[in-house]
Design a protein around this ligand. Structure first.
Ligand code: ZN
Ligand code: ZN
Length: 351
């Protein structure tokens, strides 16, 4: 295992930048916010840890690229930011989600509420769910894994027509696997950053996806007819577990983060880190490192404590209720403690 330990000075420059005006805007953070952000860069601090590389198939060795610091994010002319007329994130579900309509509906609500806390200050809305048939997209059976797959690019075209005029972005989510073109095996998602659109699948976040006994594998060879979507009726979707919810929340916020112009994080352990495989996504944290947090803050303009409070509230809300479908937040518990630790720092100092 390799630990990527950047010198503190380098991290500090990545956070503050070298431009005088951007250093000045950093000073607008409260004293406590600056302590949280700057101390988070120090080696051995208890909140933000360095990135670890476990194999050559991890994202960073497989995709060498320049890291994006705050300044290069800020000055990117193609970066999209929400504004008064475009401040809503729309989520469009495609096909069925989870077994049972109630669970599925709740699951999507939980995702929506999570995004609303993560992108604190923006509105997140669900568009009415659509069936696969109504997207009219192409589909196929994967030759290796024998599951159904939808054509990602055609889903993006569908989303383009559904995008409301006040949208900052529209993201499609589905429990069915995706492929970008015939020659490719699969894709987790596809996005058009300049158009503010993306489509992402959670199919491979099912714990059993890669097993031979995976229920989404079609048992016998079937003749597919494009345009006949009956094969999707009652097609398998993964059970909604705490781990699936955690993985979906990470993926969705990571992908929407890209739509804000945030590139893969190479600074510290961060939800914006690239990931090549499920183990790497699972190692990735749920939260933003100080550098990516400043990027998001500059695009939206929240108080860091307000955002952390909203995220803690999301974890605690509904977790203890005895309702039939209480939110499965077990996998989020370590983050609850983490947010409280940050809040203690943010609230112990007066600005
Ligand atoms: Zn990414
Ligand atoms: Zn980061």
């Amino acid at each position: 295992m390799q630990v990527i330990q950047h010198p503190v000075e380098r991290l500090h420059t990545a956070l503050l930048s070298i431009r005088k005006d951007l250093i000045k805007t950093f000073q607008k953070f409260s004293r406590a916010e600056k302590i949280l952000l700057e101390n988070g860069l120090l080696p051995g601090n208890s909140l933000f840890s360095p990135i670890t590389i476990h194999s050559d198939s991890d994202w960073i060795p497989a995709h060498p690229e320049d890291p994006q610091d705050f300044q290069s994010f800020y000055i990117n002319p193609y970066r999209r930011s929400p504004n008064r007329g475009h401040n809503t994130i729309y989520i469009q579900t495609i096909g069925s989600f989870g077994e049972g309509a109630v669970v599925a509906e709740q699951y999507v609500e939980w995702l929506k509420d999570y995004c609303q806390a993560f992108f604190y200050g923006l509105v997140v809305k669900l568009l009415p769910p659509v069936t696969v048939a109504s997207t009219a997209c192409s589909f196929r059976v994967n030759n290796n894994t024998h599951n159904l797959q939808l054509h990602a690019g055609e889903l993006l075209n569908f989303l383009k027509q559904r995008k409301p005029s006040d949208a900052f972005c529209i993201v499609g989510i589905t429990m069915i696997d995706l492929y970008p073109k015939e020659s490719w095996n699969f894709v987790f998602g596809q996005a058009s950053l300049t158009k503010g659109m993306g489509v992402f699948s959670f199919a491979r976040y099912d714990d059993h996806f890669y097993e031979r006994s995976y229920t989404g594998r079609l048992k016998k060879k079937i003749e597919l007819k494009q345009g006949d979507y009956s094969v999707f009726e009652n097609y398998y979707t993964p059970p909604i577990t705490s781990i699936l919810l955690l993985r979906s929340c990470k993926t969705l916020t990571h992908e929407i983060g890209h739509i804000f112009g945030m590139e893969h994080c190479q600074w510290l352990n961060c939800v914006m880190q690239g990931s090549n495989h499920l183990q790497e996504s699972d190692r990735r944290t749920l939260v933003l490192c100080p550098i990516c947090l400043r990027k998001l803050q500059s695009a939206i303009g929240f108080k860091i404590a307000d955002r952390y409070k909203a995220l803690v509230h999301w974890i605690e809300d509904g977790a203890d209720s005895n309702g039939q479908h209480s939110k499965p937040t077990q996998a989020f518990q370590e983050y609850k403690d983490w947010f409280y630790k940050c809040l203690r720092i943010l609230e112990s100092e007066t600005s």
